[in-house]
Design a protein around this ligand. Structure first.
Ligand code: MN
Length: 503
């Protein structure tokens, strides 16, 4: 079932060092998990192998693939992180530890906090590769849900739909986004799933034959116009994506034109425009639906030309035209260009800049964004260069400082015992947390448990901490608290109490 050569076949031109690292991680993981079984009774190592395979398919490097093989060793079979570092280096350790930490985050269905939880995932990952390993891990777990106890299965499915599928989308990995959504959808919304499926089946009964006929006619037309090198085929919309669109269109399936889009893939950009000319020469396009995302890429860097035409037999079909390279980026994101040059100090820049892809508004606030022509040096991966082009200063360091002060250095995400996410400035204490929830909670605070342990009120909170405030009716703030707190809100409540609150 599992075969290391299968991995090597997927990786594009691996070096000797790549092969050695992956082979070592492979046998280490196989051995560490040798007595470890999944719910189904199959060897646990299958899960690690499938995760690594997904990472290889995404074009990730040997370090990430190795970390994928090792990602459950700390949590599940008690391997020490020091051992991972000794055997595989600090970078693999960093990635495995990052995935382990992410695994402790749970979404319990409080929609108010869903965006904060996504941000927390991003902040805790620190490096995009941690998140990509987690996505590959989740993808494989979703394929093996049936045997889990129902409450656990439902929680994982909901978390996948609300947290991980949107993150895959924002990373531009459509393939994983679609697969996660379509596996979670029937579990989270069984009735809606059934309804959408029935609607689609009925529509396909009418349409499949007409679409096939149109497909043939398009191929014939393109060849007639001298475009011989091309790949064509239908792309069918995922059921969850169709469900969301149906909700926006009053459940009228006839208003959705891209349920099945005809995809045409040609060698060059010039060919894309020739295809568009050829198609419009034969079929009349719907006004307002011609989108040139080659000249004007979408904000997530999606590129391609879309047009919607009347087929001449009462049908309307969307056509998507792009090059092979654009097609690959659409499905797998831009991460396959990620060069694993982590020992380069420039990576500090890389580690932070990628966050902007997720929350551009959150991070940049209302600062003006200008495109600069100064490109960072060639050692920075291309997809990060793309981001850096939005840098208004030519200095990468200044750009990083902006992001740092706006995101990593300043914000902290912690949990209430119920799992609500509270967003605080970094350096906050449990007192800030209490006042952030309610002034009464702060004013009666007598102690605090962080991650179930009683600690002092001066403890500096860390990302992902679970905070439980202990109150007593006779407890009250003291002037010392003013030195311990970080937020203006807490300081204000404490001052109010010290001035007026005494009974
Ligand atoms: Mn796992």
């Amino acid at each position: 079932m599992t075969n290391i050569y299968e991995l090597f076949r997927i990786i594009k031109s691996p070096t000797v060092a790549d092969v050695a690292l992956i082979a070592k991680a492979y046998s280490f993981a196989e051995n560490a998990h040798k007595d470890h079984k999944r719910y189904s009774g199959e060897p646990y190592f299958n899960h690690l192998f499938e995760t690594a395979k997904t990472l290889a398919e995404l074009g990730m490097g040997a370090t990430t693939i190795s970390a994928g093989l090792l990602h459950d060793t700390i949590e599940d079979v008690d391997v020490k992180c020091e051992t991972i570092e000794t055997e595989f280096g600090s970078e693999v350790r960093f990635l495995v530890e990052g995935v382990t930490k992410l695994g402790k985050l749970h979404y319990t269905g409080e929609t108010r906090y869903v965006e904060n939880l996504r941000k927390l995932c991003v902040a805790m990952s620190k490096d995009v590769r941690v998140l990509i390993i987690k996505l590959a891990d989740r993808l494989n777990n979703m394929k093996n849900l049936e045997l889990l106890p129902k409450p656990k299965r439902d929680r994982i499915a909901l978390e996948t739909l609300e947290i991980y599928a949107p993150l895959a989308y924002r990373l531009g990995i459509r393939k994983i986004n679609r697969e996660l959504e379509d596996q979670a959808f029937p579990l989270v919304y069984p009735e809606e799933y059934a309804k959408v499926k029935t609607m689609l089946t009925e529509r396909n009964r009418d349409n499949t034959h007409r679409l096939a006929k149109f497909h043939k006619a398009v191929q014939k037309q393109l060849v007639h116009d001298g475009i011989a090198r091309m790949k064509t085929g239908f792309r069918h919309k995922g059921l969850y994506s169709l469900y969301r669109k149906l909700k926006r269109k009053d459940w009228d399936i006839d208003k959705i034109y891209d349920i099945s889009a005809l995809r045409i893939i040609v060698p060059s950009i010039a060919d894309c425009y020739r295809v568009l000319g050829s198609i419009h020469g034969q079929w009349r396009p719907l006004p307002g639906r011609i989108k040139d995302y080659i000249a004007f890429p979408k904000t997530n860097n999606y590129r391609g030309i879309h047009t919607t035409v009347f087929t001449g037999e009462g049908g309307i079909v969307e056509i998507q035209i792009r090059t092979e390279e654009m097609q690959r980026k659409t499905e797998y994101g831009m991460h396959f260009e990620y060069k694993e040059t982590t020992r380069n100090p420039k990576l500090n820049f890389a580690r932070i800049a990628w966050v902007k892809r997720f929350f551009p508004n959150f991070i940049l606030g209302n600062k003006e964004i200008k495109v600069t022509k100064n490109k960072p040096t060639a050692e920075v991966p291309t997809w990060i260069q793309d981001i850096a082009e939005y840098n208004k200063d030519a200095e990468p360091e200044a750009f990083v400082d902006n992001l740092k002060s706006d995101f990593f250095c300043d914000r902290l995400f912690v949990f209430t015992p119920k799992g609500d996410v509270i967003d605080l400035p970094k350096g906050s204490s449990p007192i800030d947390f209490a006042y952030n929830i309610h002034s009464d909670l702060g004013n009666k605070m007598a102690g605090v448990k962080v991650n179930s342990k009683l600690v002092s009120l001066e403890t500096e909170l860390q990302n992902g901490d679970i905070i439980e405030v202990v109150t007593k009716n006779n407890a009250h703030p003291t002037s010392k608290w003013l030195d311990i707190t970080k937020t203006a809100l807490a300081k204000k409540h404490i001052k109010d109490f010290l001035e007026t609150g005494k009974k």
